[in-house]
Design a protein around this ligand. Structure first.
Ligand code: ZN
Length: 655
């Protein structure tokens, strides 16, 4: 546990709220203290209202903000006396609590105050810090955890038995501290949940947090509960990974990303002989259940059986604890333990999957340390259920909301560094898909380098390179649903009489054979995809060829025929294959202003006339083609295969 406080830095954060921002970020920077929106902080100060009167308020972390990146605007100003009075109430539902807290805010545009706002308000110190420190929760997640915590801290902290966060927790602390001398305390340990520290300055409260957590880390060390890293080789089975993803997506009723994790921590954990037992005893802290469900699925020999067992058990767990007012959440697992292969996080977005991966990494460490100490034992199943089905979380469910059409889908686009391919990759990303973008141009790795996109250098005429790129796609996102087969070259114009062999061969290799190789490499995974689709970029030269471009037109005609046969062959595997025939798309790198002017002059037209030389007199852009490709990959074309759609503004020869 490192203390990150820096006096020089801290000086530039001048007032109370600024100091609060500074030390909150320090807490947020350490994932062993808080993860993804976990933890919360506050400061008690005064604020002038519209009449110029000073009011006592609590600035408390707003929901939806992460401590690591929080700003002043991320804190909700709530009237302190209202919060303190609430703690004295006999009863209050959390929904009412949220309503009253909102009504007591001095700024109606601020975010909703943290559900722990009342608890912060009744702690009589200016600065209050709360984290879910791994070490402390780990020690308390053992059968004799409470005694161990008391041994470590003595009377310097108040130990609070586990109760549900929100009003119940605030009430519990209120009752337990009526006769407590707060000045004798440095903090509070909430068993199975986390740590509170408090003081009159931001620095002291932060220092106390670091000190308290460091003491438990030392304790773990002294007890020999420290994991030694060992090198373990995991097996790889990409077909089974894609199979598991498809099976989970079917239960969930929507496409998901399946993020495979093979880190050293995971390798060690997934190889433990008792992994099925220890990984299914519950979450590290109760709030994780919202992201991960109480337990992962443990993948056995037959993954379909594993998934069926999992969903049946989840429904039984729901029936055991639910009353009529609750809606059962989707029974699909959020993550999987795959013995000897790693773990898999399922998310409709990369962000969702990544959060699960981060949470589970910390959980594995905690589980193993607790087992070394004595035994991993978390709160009861009933308590976990109450957290998972907390009224505030259920209310969010009822709200629902729309999502991008291709969310959870995984797409591969070839020739994606420029022109139509680049536009397709960008459009698929905008529609929510995860995208692997291939191109022979090395710039591709820079162009598509983000969490939901992977740019790979790939020569689309080389079988081995294509196969490697497809494998990399599965490794990164867990499957494949959409292929935009676009890579192509436009050879120099040569009449058949003077055709160079090289011109002909190269065009056929890239514009035709490369696509066949791509189809063949993708098919095993597309057949395990979610509503899979291949979109082929053909050419107007297929229905309406011109002289001098036989090498190009013949390859594109062959590609069209390949696509038609593919539509016939692949329908039974539920893979759709459709072709786009673009014409005169000029916003690509080959069409410079100079080339355009030359061509326009050749036909005695202005550049504008040349660009819109079609029946509708419209210019067709690569974005227009990309929109059509997305439609073909999506729901609009869900019942269409084997079709060819020209996108050319209307062409007499094509019609
Ligand atoms: Zn908490």
């Amino acid at each position: 546990m490192q203390n990150l406080w820096n006096d020089n830095e801290a000086q530039s954060f001048t007032d109370d709220l600024q100091q609060r921002v500074y030390s909150s970020r320090l807490l947020g920077q350490n994932p062993d203290l808080v993860l993804h929106g976990g933890g919360n902080t506050s400061v008690k100060t005064q604020m002038a209202n519209i009449f110029g009167e000073l009011e006592d308020i609590l600035y408390v972390k707003g929901s939806g903000w992460d401590l690591e990146t929080i700003e002043a605007a991320g804190f909700a100003p709530v009237k302190l006396d209202v919060l303190q009075k609430l703690a004295a109430l006999e009863q209050l539902t959390d929904t009412e609590m949220v309503k009253v807290q909102r009504a007591a805010m001095l700024d109606p545009y601020a975010p909703n105050p943290s559900v722990e706002a009342i608890l912060h308000a009744i702690i009589p110190f200016k600065f209050v810090d709360h984290t879910h420190a791994d070490a402390v929760v780990t020690v308390s997640n053992t059968p004799e955890g409470e005694q161990r915590i008391r041994d470590i801290y003595g009377s310097r902290v108040l130990v609070i038995p586990y109760v549900m966060p929100g009003f119940i927790l605030a009430k519990k602390v209120y009752e337990l501290t009526k006769d407590v001398d707060w000045q004798s305390l440095e903090g509070m340990i909430l068993l199975n949940h986390g740590v509170f520290s408090f003081a009159e300055t931001a620095k002291e409260s932060y220092d106390r947090m670091i000190q308290l957590v460091a003491e438990t880390e030392d304790y773990l060390q002294n007890q020999g509960a420290i994991i030694k890293s060992t090198q373990i080789n995991l097996k790889e089975d990409l077909i089974k990974l894609a199979t598991i993803r498809q099976q989970v997506a079917k239960v969930r009723g929507t496409a998901v990303i399946a993020q495979l994790n093979t880190s050293d921590t995971v390798a060690h954990f997934s190889n433990l002989p008792n992994v099925a037992d220890i990984s299914t005893r519950g979450t590290l802290t109760p709030d994780h259940v919202i992201r991960t469900k109480p337990t992962p699925i443990v993948i056995g020999e037959n993954s379909q059986d594993s998934i069926q067992n999992y969903t049946e058990n989840y429904q039984k767990y729901f029936s055991r604890h639910a009353d009529d007012s609750l809606i059962c959440l989707n029974p699909a697992p959020c993550w999987a333990v795959w013995p000897n292969h790693g773990t898999i996080s399922f998310g409709q977005t990369i962000k969702e999957a990544q959060i699960i991966t981060d949470i589970t990494e910390h959980t594995f460490k905690a589980i193993q340390q607790a087992e070394m100490l004595s035994q991993w034992q978390v709160i009861s199943e009933k308590d976990i259920f109450e957290m998972e089905y907390w009224e505030l979380e259920q209310a969010k469910l009822r709200k629902g909301g729309s999502k991008p059409e291709l969310q959870g889908k995984i797409a591969l686009v070839t020739g994606a560094a420029s022109g139509i391919g680049k536009a397709c990759a960008e459009a698929l990303l905008a529609k929510g898909a995860a995208v692997v973008a291939l191109d022979i141009n090395p710039q591709i790795t820079e162009l598509f380098n983000q969490s939901n996109a992977l740019g790979l250098v790939c020569d689309a005429s080389q079988t081995e390179a294509i196969e490697q790129a497809v494998a990399a796609t599965i490794r990164r996102f867990g499957g494949l649903d959409i292929v935009v087969s676009n890579a192509g070259i436009f050879p120099v114009s040569e009449k058949i009489a003077e055709m160079q062999e090289d011109t002909w061969d190269k065009s056929l290799a890239v514009n035709l054979t490369g696509h066949q190789r791509l189809f063949t490499a993708c098919l095993p995974y597309l057949s395990l995809g979610i509503d899979s689709a291949i979109v082929v970029i053909g050419s107007k030269n297929v229905p309406a060829p011109g002289p001098g471009v036989s090498a190009y037109s013949v390859a594109k005609a062959g590609l069209t025929q390949l696509s038609r046969v593919a539509a016939l062959e692949l329908a039974s595997a539920n893979i759709r294959v459709n072709v786009i025939h673009p014409n005169a798309v000029f916003d690509t790198s080959i069409w410079t202003e100079e080339v355009l002017e030359k061509r326009a002059n050749h036909y005695g037209l202005t550049v504008e006339e040349y660009k819109t030389n079609n029946l509708l007199k419209v210019e067709v852009t690569s974005k227009d083609v990309a929109k059509l490709a997305c439609a073909m990959a999506g729901n609009l074309f869900s019942k269409i295969t084997g079709t060819q759609v020209p996108i050319d503004g209307g062409n007499e020869r094509v019609i």
